[in-house]
Design a protein around this ligand. Structure first.
Ligand code: GDP
Length: 299
């Protein structure tokens, strides 16, 4: 909770200051509700959600004075209602072996960090993990994954930079099956600037995986960097189309006042949100809890 609230300080202070300034010694009426809606839109919550929240706050309270704290609590409650249906951990079904997770997202969005943390968590639960260094475009990504593998006791399958990513995924799945691994996590390149190539590459990865294990991949997780704000929406669109995303991780919520974007994405797409990143350390990747998040971003 402490890391969460510290991490979300910037989003929280922008929302909480806005609400406090707005409702201090002012009645709740159409004008203040309009202003509240603006504050919420500026915090990236999206127009629909902002309108919905303002309506909920106004209901039965017109022409009354209202304490800023009460408004914050009402806003948090409404945000929680939006987030609750999407807060789901990744379920690593025990009867699926290996459970194949494909990690997608643009470069720098936090894919490798998320993979490392997941590997650490699974290892701590006694699960055997194989990592596939499928971002073959960046030598650094391969090296970074190896460091995580060393740190977490996972094995890593890689080829030289520039190699075929689908080949790496194929080898890794073969190894995971031969070793009786519980989970295979596949890193991928995030070159959204060349959508056709990215789609071809992801499709090929999925195709070669299915040859060995027809029900795989069991999860396609998209990492989103919160600091890109509204651009995160177009990334969801793009990756939904090219990769059939099944769930989300949002990182870097600590570096931004734009944490509200997670609420906009939840409201628009209803995709499960698995984890959130509120700092660079491993412990800063946390399970996503609707109530805690809602309270933390309102301050
Ligand atoms: P990838 O290119 O998608 O694999 O991204 P990385 O996992 O390499 O992450 C890119 C950078 O963002 C690294 O420097 C990470 O330490 C940093 N990062 C990842 N998650 C977070 C987060 O939640 N908060 C902050 N402040 N930095 C993060």
């Amino acid at each position: 909770w402490k890391r969460l609230t510290q991490g979300l300080t910037r989003t929280a202070s922008s929302l909480s200051t806005g609400i406090t300034d707005l409702f201090t010694k002012r009645r709740l009426d159409a004008t203040t509700l309009d202003d509240l809606e603006d504050i919420l839109i500026r915090a990236d919550l999206g127009v629909e959600t902002a309108t919905r929240i303002a309506e909920a706050v106004g209901k039965g309270r017109y022409d009354k004075t209202i304490e800023p704290e009460e408004v914050r609590a009402l806003v948090a409650a409404e945000i929680e209602t939006v987030l609750k249906p999407v807060a789901h951990p990744i379920v690593f079904a025990a009867d699926v072996k290996p459970f194949v997770l494909l990690m997608v997202g643009v470069n720098g969005s936090g894919k490798t960090t998320t993979i490392g943390k997941l590997a650490a968590t699974l290892h701590a639960q006694g699960k055997k993990v194989v990592l596939a260094a499928g971002d073959t475009f960046r030598a650094a990504a391969i090296e970074q994954l190896k460091v995580w593998a060393d740190r977490t006791g996972a094995s890593v399958v890689s080829r030289e930079p520039g190699a075929d990513a689908a080949g790496v995924a194929f080898d890794a799945l073969q190894k995971a099956r031969a070793d009786g691994a519980d989970v295979l996590i596949i890193d991928t390149a995030g070159r959204l600037q060349n959508r056709a190539e990215l789609m071809a590459e992801l499709e090929k990865i999925v195709r070669v995986i299915k040859k060995q294990q027809p029900d795989a991949p069991h999860a396609v997780v998209l990492t989103l960097d919160a600091t890109v704000g509204q651009n995160a929406l177009s990334q969801v669109e793009a990756f939904k189309r090219v990769a059939g995303v099944t769930g989300l991780v949002m990182t870097k919520l600590d570096g931004t006042a734009r944490g509200g974007i997670l609420v906009a994405i939840a409201a628009r797409y209803g995709l499960p949100v698995h984890l959130i990143g509120v700092g660079e350390g491993v412990d800063d990747l946390q399970p996503f809890e609707a109530r805690d998040f809602a309270r933390a971003i309102v301050g």
